[in-house]
Design a protein around this ligand. Structure first.
Ligand SMILES: C[S@@+](CC[C@H](N)C(=O)[O-])C[C@H]1O[C@@H](n2cnc3c(N)ncnc32)[C@H](O)[C@@H]1O
Length: 275
């Protein structure tokens, strides 16, 4: 048999306590972003999702590009502390890398409920001052906010940027996304910012959505889409910065932003807490 025939597929080391028999959102997203922190079960689920007309790889890349533009904007406003809720696996450039390009001492707390995110971030970021990852479920915002690590950073008496990027569509209506946002808003100092990117039902082709919903549920990634009105309600108490709530590629596009319209409508906005 040829050497190619015997070559083993690369599999990352499995950190303790990680279940590799079920796909995980974080690892599927990593695969869609061409990362290598994923396992066969995630790749199979991601390949299945890629058959849906939502084009999840294009969506994921557009979301990551939005993250870079939004965090770049926030850092240029002087924001020096970030709370990244549903942060995902480390993908370069990460929030702290983008923020530190403008604010060298910027501090970042990454929060995710998937233990693999904490394991990988700890391994990669252990030596970086002012960057920590905690395990937390944003559906229990009180516990996240009470986490011991958050007593020191961020300093909620100073402006902070709270990021909820591509995570709220994994929160069902019953789990109350507006209530979750309100808990964080209550701790934020005036002048703080909130950035959200999230799937919307407005403007979506119903047939395509039904097909995608079924595929995602099959991959154990059920999602909940919200209307534009429901998404705007999340920004209660905040003023949207220009250009408001728009499709991902339309939020302050750069010269290299791919502005081809997205098939799966995902919108994004950045807003400032009223002073
Ligand atoms: C699609 S990824 C987005 C990652 C990153 N925010 C970005 O935009 O590039 C969604 C992440 O949210 C995490 N997540 C989903 N539900 C969560 C919850 N209830 N609490 C905390 N994290 C959650 C997943 O584990 C995954 O890492």
């Amino acid at each position: 048999m040829s050497a190619a025939g015997t070559a083993k597929k690369y599999e990352p080391r499995v950190p303790d306590g990680i279940d590799v028999t079920r796909p995980s959102i974080a690892r599927i997203y990593d695969y869609l972003l061409y990362g290598k922190d994923n396992f066969a079960v995630d790749r199979a689920a991601a390949e299945k999702l890629m058959e849906s007309r939502l084009y999840p790889r294009r969506l994921s890349l557009a979301n990551r590009a939005f993250l870079q533009r939004a965090v770049g904007f926030l850092a240029r406003q002087g924001i020096a502390q970030y709370l990244d809720l549903g942060s995902g696996l480390p993908t370069s450039p990460s929030v702290h890398e983008v923020a530190r390009a403008a604010v060298p001492g910027a501090r970042v707390v990454y929060v995710d409920h998937d233990p693999i995110v904490v394991a990988h971030n700890d391994a990669l970021l252990a030596t970086r001052d002012g960057v920590i990852t905690i395990r937390g479920d944003i559906r229990d915002a009180d516990s996240v906010l009470a986490h011991g690590a958050l007593t020191a950073c961020p300093d909620f008496s100073q402006p902070v940027a709270v990021l909820l990027l591509s995570v709220l569509h994994f929160i069902s209506h019953e789990e109350d996304a507006p209530g979750i946002v309100a808990k964080f808003r209550a701790r934020m100092a005036p002048g703080s910012y909130l950035a959200i990117s999230v799937g919307t039902s407005d403007g979506a082709d119903p047939e395509m959505l039904a097909e995608a919903t079924e595929t995602y549920a099959g991959a154990r990634m059920p999602f909940t889409l919200r209307s534009r009105a429901q998404i705007l309600d999340l920004f209660d108490g905040f003023d949207l910065v220009e250009p408001g709530l728009v499709s991902l590629p339309e939020w302050r596009p750069g010269f290299n932003t791919d502005r081809t319209p997205l098939k799966g409508p995902t919108v994004a906005a950045v807003a400032q807490l009223r002073k």
